[in-house]
Write a protein that binds this ligand. Structure first.
Ligand SMILES: Nc1nc2c(ncn2[C@@H]2O[C@H](COP(=O)(O)OP(=O)(O)OP(=O)(O)O)[C@@H](O)[C@H]2O)c(=O)[nH]1
Ligand SMILES: [Mg+2]
Length: 261
């Protein structure tokens, strides 16, 4: 099926995937049900980096009943560049991005789009605003790492959850973003900063436990995040970047002195 679903102004939903075949039937079923219930016409674009795990067969099967299609990339790998490839493929004027593993509730998509209707030029699904939460019982060190990572990005954009991968924006915001850097995982933060979005909306979400499959997070991804932050600080202001670097070095020295020595 290639036509869209629902009755209102349409939206393109982009889902980056790497080895998520097991999650796709549930994701597409819940996404289409949520959009249909809200009369929101939607096309769903899965951008997969040649997972070879049955994703192509799963989407072919789902496409018989749902407005979903697959873009397979064989020469590039990476979450952020996959999202940008999805935007290039999208046919509608409003974009929503979410993960495939059902950590982002598909039922909240119409609420993110409603904030775009209100005039927001960027909307984030946040775990850290009132009403949002992380369902899983994260160990203290993961919570701490997430809090530090969030705090480090706070001066860059007015987002309570700059690490979130659940967001919506109008095509116009993407088009006015200059010098977009698809390195790393935090494409929402990158777009919000580079498109100079000021009217930012937030929708609290419950961040669920991964439905099936494995996380692609790693130490390499964490280090890429720090490099990404440095790039964004430099983009904002080279002086601010220098100041932030000094503070970071001072914090590391204090930490090493107090905890390790
Ligand atoms: N196309 C593409 N998608 C990716 C890549 N890496 C991750 N993804 C997708 O990006 C989404 C987020 O990845 P996750 O591994 O769930 O990362 P996370 O949710 O931040 O981390 P966890 O909380 O540990 O699950 C999922 O839909 C992944 O399949 C990649 O290299 N290419
Ligand atoms: Mg996940």
């Amino acid at each position: 099926m290639s036509e869209t679903i629902g009755q209102r102004a349409p939206v393109s939903i982009i889902v980056p995937t790497y080895r998520e075949a097991q999650n796709l039937p549930e994701l597409i079923r819940r996404l289409t049900a949520a959009c249909a219930a809200a009369d929101l016409p939607a096309e769903i674009i899965i951008v997969d980096d040649n997972s070879q795990d049955g994703t192509e067969e799963a989407v072919a099967e789902l496409a018989r009943e749902h407005a979903v299609r697959l873009l397979v990339r064989t020469t590039e790998r990476g979450l952020s560049s996959a999202v940008l490839a999805g935007f290039a493929e999208a046919t509608h004027e409003r974009f929503v991005v979410l993960d495939a593993d059902l950590q982002h509730p598909p039922e909240m998509v119409p609420q993110l789009v409603a904030r775009l209707d209100d005039g927001c030029d960027f909307v984030i699904g946040t775990r850290y605003a009132k009403g949002g939460r992380i369902v899983e019982d994260w160990p203290w060190h993961r919570r701490l790492a997430s809090s530090v990572a969030t705090a480090l990005a706070r001066p860059l954009a007015p987002l309570t959850d700059p690490m979130s991968g659940f967001f919506a924006l109008p095509r116009a915001a993407w088009e006015r973003a200059t010098d977009v850097n698809p390195i790393g995982y935090k494409i929402a933060l990158e777009l919000c900063v580079k498109a100079r979005c000021t009217n930012v909306g937030e929708v609290p979400i419950e961040f669920a436990t991964r439905h099936a499959g494995e996380s692609k997070m790693s130490l390499r991804v964490d280090l890429a995040y720090l490099a990404h932050l440095a790039h964004l600080y430099y983009h904002r202001s080279p002086a601010l970047a220098g100041g932030a670097l000094l503070v970071a070095v001072a914090l590391v020295v204090m930490f090493v002195k107090k905890v390790i020595l």
